[in-house]
Ligand binder design. Sequence first.
Ligand code: NAG
Length: 529
Amino acid sequence: MCAILALLLADTTSHCRQAIFDGLTVLQHRGQDAAGIVTSRTTEDSTQLNQHKGLGMVRDVFTQGEMLKLEGNCGIGHCRYPTAGRTSSPEEAQPMYNNYPCGLALAHNGNLTNKNQLQDHVRGLHRHLNTQSDSEALLNVFAEELRLQLDSRGGQRTAKIEPEHIFAAVKRTMELCRGGYAVVMLIHDVGVLAFRDPWGIRPIMVGSRKSQTLEGGIDYVFSSESVASDTLGFDMLRDVRPGECMLAVPMKPNQPREDLGLISKQLVGDGNTVVPCLFEYVYFARPDSIMNGVSVYESRLQMGEKLADKIMREHPNEKIDVVIPIPDTSRTSALALAHRMGIPYREGFIKNRYIGRTFIMPEQSQRKKNVRLKLNTVRAEFEGLNVLLVDDSIVRGTTSTQLVSMARDAGANKVFFCSAAPEIRHPNIYGIDLPTASELVAFDRTSDEIAEVLKCDWVLFQDLDDLEEAVRAINPELKTFEGSTFSGSYVTNDVDVNYFSSLAEERNDFAKLTREQSVQSVRSTPSQV
Ligand SMILES: *[C@@H]1O[C@H](CO)[C@@H](O)[C@H](O)[C@H]1NC(C)=O
């Protein structure tokens, strides 16, 4: 999981660097492994893309000196979440840069499930890939499609890139790339854009505000979560729709008021059906974010109520003295759960907030060591009591096992454990980095067997239907969700190995034909994703 952010300030003499830095800091919970910013000025005399990226938290990557170099009124930023099993290299930090057919930078949240085919495709075009990152492949796919669009104009190499070229190139990119993705890009001398996969698995929203320095100007932000937009003083306009591309460009002088620099186009599908990732609501997103019309906070309250109902159904006679959340994510659902059950809600675990989340740590040994550094018990909330611990989800179960043992050490009589998310039993391929299935505690285990591993009296998981209902209760228009990690069914599992070879043939035919006739008339649209 990662954070992406893009900003375009109407005033071309202003700088967006501070706002991007602040915005990334607000989105830091989405990834603490690496951070980067690319900026430029949207004026014709500007030639430079300014870039800085590195390993670590936002506050560690950027110094005053580095920040000063990031000049310009538009830019994009990224925070990276580490990928298990791979070394975190600074080369793979984002944004990614490319120089052909123009200055391009891209930041990506998600995961492309046909990365290997895309890499072959890109290399077949005599483009070099210098990392294993799917984002670099994605950028090159787009760059090539943009080049084709520009070349299709015939000889006018110096003409400005128009929105129609960008939209056509993004459309082709969406048709070629499979998986879950939300993307922001900076195109030199044009502006910034955002697009989202045709299912809308990964989130991205758009916001605007009045320019603080240019009379009548409008500034735009694209962000993974609305919290960044709120914090920077923008009003959230809406989510980018699935399969849609939105482009923010600087206002021209005397521009009509109805076209203040934000141009959008629906490229794949009708954009009305979003299939959001459930894990965003369960764990990733900040509770104060609004995502796909759903307040994350309110959805977590619903999760708590549904879980309370299930506990009362399945363990009607259990005497539970106190409900204790595992800080921080599960607080909201634990609060609602306790209220629904009429049991006191207490803070039994105190968190050291100056330490990273354990879920982020790539090594098991590190994860084990960190729990006690991170959480300590308040003995009075456990001693002689039957306690119900509430967590957002249970992944490997190592943290949960330690928490149960800490509760017992603190004198608890009985320890029950519940999870606001269902059993995690399947890998996620859309960018939520979970361990391999066999390392998941719920893999091939019943609830009783899981309780044995955790050494708790019983464990209880939310039903998938209830989790979906908890989110849908806030926005009834959401019909389906991406919940593969719970259900094992993958919404985009349609990668066809023949697709790329047929594409290559099409491209060869296409190359031959373009020598003779105009591009638009021969380019066929591949089957819809
Ligand atoms: C990303 O997709 C690949 C297939 O290209 C898959 O093997 C991998 O598990 C996925 N990773 C994540 C974090 O989604």
